[in-house]
Design a binder for this molecule. Sequence first.
Ligand code: SPQ
Length: 429
Amino acid sequence: MEEIINRAPQGLNGELSVPGDKSISHRAVMFSSIAEGTSEITGFLKGDDCLSTIRCMKQLGVVIHEENDKIIVEGRGLEGLQEPDSLLDVGNSGTTIRLLSGILATRPFSAVLAGDNSIAKRPMGRVTGPLKMMNAKIDGRDNGRFTPLTIRGGNLVPVHYHSPIASAQVKSAVLLAGLGAEGKTTVTEPYRSRDHTERMLKAFGAKVEVEGTNASVYGQPELTATTVKVPGDISSAAFFLAGAAITPSSSVRLENVGINPTRTGILDVLEQMGADVTIQEEESSGNEPSATIEIKSSRLKGITISGELIPRLIDEIPAIAVLATQAEGRTVIKDAEELKVKETNRIDTMVNQLKKLGADIEATSDGMIINGPSELQGGSADSFGDHRIGMAMALCGLIADGPVTVKNTEAVAVSYPHFFKDLNMLING
Ligand code: SPQ
């Protein structure tokens, strides 16, 4: 599939609720499955990745169905999961395979996990390494570093794992495995990564402690069913925030956007670049805060983005790269090597794609340098099967001097199935 995006002379205008948060939706289904009793999930993201999680949990014997827009999960408790009789296919979803590996490490049966071509290239040793330290038996290509993974778990010992990277998937896999070990399991990270696992495990009744960059769980808790309200995904909202900021005459209002502080780096960046943003926090319901965010187009200036900010906006960097092409001066993104191991190498992909449309952008060993503002040209771009690249490149069409054709747009269904419909709605104001 391909989409053609034309210049938007009237800007982006209107209001919108973006779909549910992907990270929270995955966790809601997994944690409901390993809790006792029936949980209800509202606002669940029906994107391809989260549907992969539902499919895998069903293969493990969990009954999951939809009722009036709610996802109902009949939890079996951790011990109630069953050995799957076929391969667990995670599709394109890194979160599914890495978090599920942590859960499966607790179970004394065998399961095989694999996904698509992109998953086959993504590093799994970061998760299988610490899980093996906990006693799980894991094999896979290159000694368990790549898919397909075979996991036989049980009899785990707790660990204090010092992760070399700030990764919520690594942290979550180890903490979930820690649920099956007797005693306290701790993960220490160089910087704090998104904390949805810690917040949600608490809501299901686990004993969780967080102190600075340490997160701990106590093993063998009784997890009890609950209700999860999933807010809108700030990573999806980021495309409209960036689009409105760079397209003259824009004014967009986004409702019910999750503003968990471990995810709001994009808001810090917009503010530092001088964007016209208003954030009105909503009354809290559940464990995750949300807000209405309004943004208008404005003059932007280049900034440096690095250090602890990076894990708080890692998935927004494709959108930020587009934003930076329209900011006055130099934007430097560093400490972002992790971008190389996402659905694509997001440093190389964004740099090559934006260069083709006339941006002044260079890749560095750990990020990119963008000089702006530059007049983008119409032309063709490709998602290369990466949802965030497809959506970021679509934004270029809004301001380029000719239409931008984005190829392989079916990938956006991973996190935002009706992205182009919503984008067109705002273009037509
Ligand atoms: O699930 P997947 O494929 O890894 O998705 C991505 C994305 O862009 O949607 C990354 F490619 O988000 C990750 C994110 O980068 C989702 C996530 C989570 O839900 O825990 C954590 C981040 O990854 P990591 O490797 O830093 O833990």
